[in-house]
Design a protein around this ligand. Structure first.
Ligand SMILES: Nc1nc2c(ncn2[C@@H]2O[C@H](COP(=O)(O)OP(=O)(O)O)[C@@H](O)[C@H]2O)c(=O)[nH]1
Ligand SMILES: [Mg+2]
Length: 223
């Protein structure tokens, strides 16, 4: 792969995916024009990588399982000045990314989405309650004014790499906030809509077990 800068708006969208063949086409179709896309697949058994490639996305394979491992791989592969991350399950709208990109272009170091559910089914109660608690903990510990863990986010690519995030599981978004806050980054939070996933199954907050596993990773990242 050449390292020459790519033409266009200068944004690469990293989409970590495990078994998202059903939702991915809608996500890719909603991408703003000119945005590059890297779908990072680890261990999907439903043909996610084939669907992504067929729809024109670059596909990266990450052998190490975990959300953080996939996101890290995608950020390493990005060749544009800005990198965004969002889920591949259809719960977030790529059409809302340009507002976050604009915030970073205008001076923020990190723009994160604050999820606003569009229906009751979008966010299971245990995940939502956990998120409220974690966000309160982040505000108190880090002194930053955020209300969500920043599952959809945009930053400049090289400074993002330079933060040196080590978590490869579900603590990744929190470790990013911890490191960004400690580095004195200007972090902006913008409202984004949060919908029920459009197909496939939740790997995290759809079950109490998944939420518990993620919460453990979260607390480790915050300690
Ligand atoms: N590459 C990769 N992606 C994952 C893994 N686990 C979850 N994801 C992706 O991370 C995103 C969020 O996961 P999801 O199952 O929607 O979690 P939920 O929103 O809490 O139910 C989705 O795009 C998943 O496909 C994993 O182990 N590897
Ligand atoms: Mg989801």
């Amino acid at each position: 792969m050449s390292n020459a800068p790519l033409p266009g708006p200068g944004v690469t969208v990293v989409i970590p995916c495990r078994d998202e063949a059903a939702s991915l086409p809608g996500v890719l179709r909603a991408m703003p024009p000119g945005y590059q896309v890297i779908v990072v697949d680890n261990g999907s058994r439903d043909g996610t990588a084939g669907v992504a490639a067929q729809l024109g996305a670059t596909v990266a394979h990450e052998p190490q399982p975990g959300y953080g491992a996939a996101v890290h791989r995608g950020i390493e592969a990005s060749r544009t000045p800005y990198t965004a991350v969002l889920d591949g399950d259809g719960s977030m709208d790529p059409g809302e990314l340009p507002a976050l990109v604009e915030a970073v272009r205008c001076g923020a170091d990190l723009a994160v989405g604050r999820r606003r559910p569009t229906s009751n089914g979008a966010w299971p109660w245990h995940a939502r309650a956990g998120n409220v608690l974690i966000a309160a903990l982040i505000r108190r510990r880090l002194g930053i004014d955020i209300h969500d863990i920043g599952a959809m986010r945009v930053a400049r690519t090289q400074p993002l790499r330079d933060l040196g995030i080590t978590d490869r599981r579900f603590g990744y978004p929190l470790e990013l906030l911890v490191r960004a806050a400690r580095a004195g980054w200007d972090i902006r939070e913008l409202d984004i809509s949060y919908r029920p996933r459009t197909g496939g199954e939740s790997k995290v907050s759809g079950s109490v077990a998944g939420t518990t596993r993620a919460a453990r990773d979260f607390l480790r990242a915050l300690s």
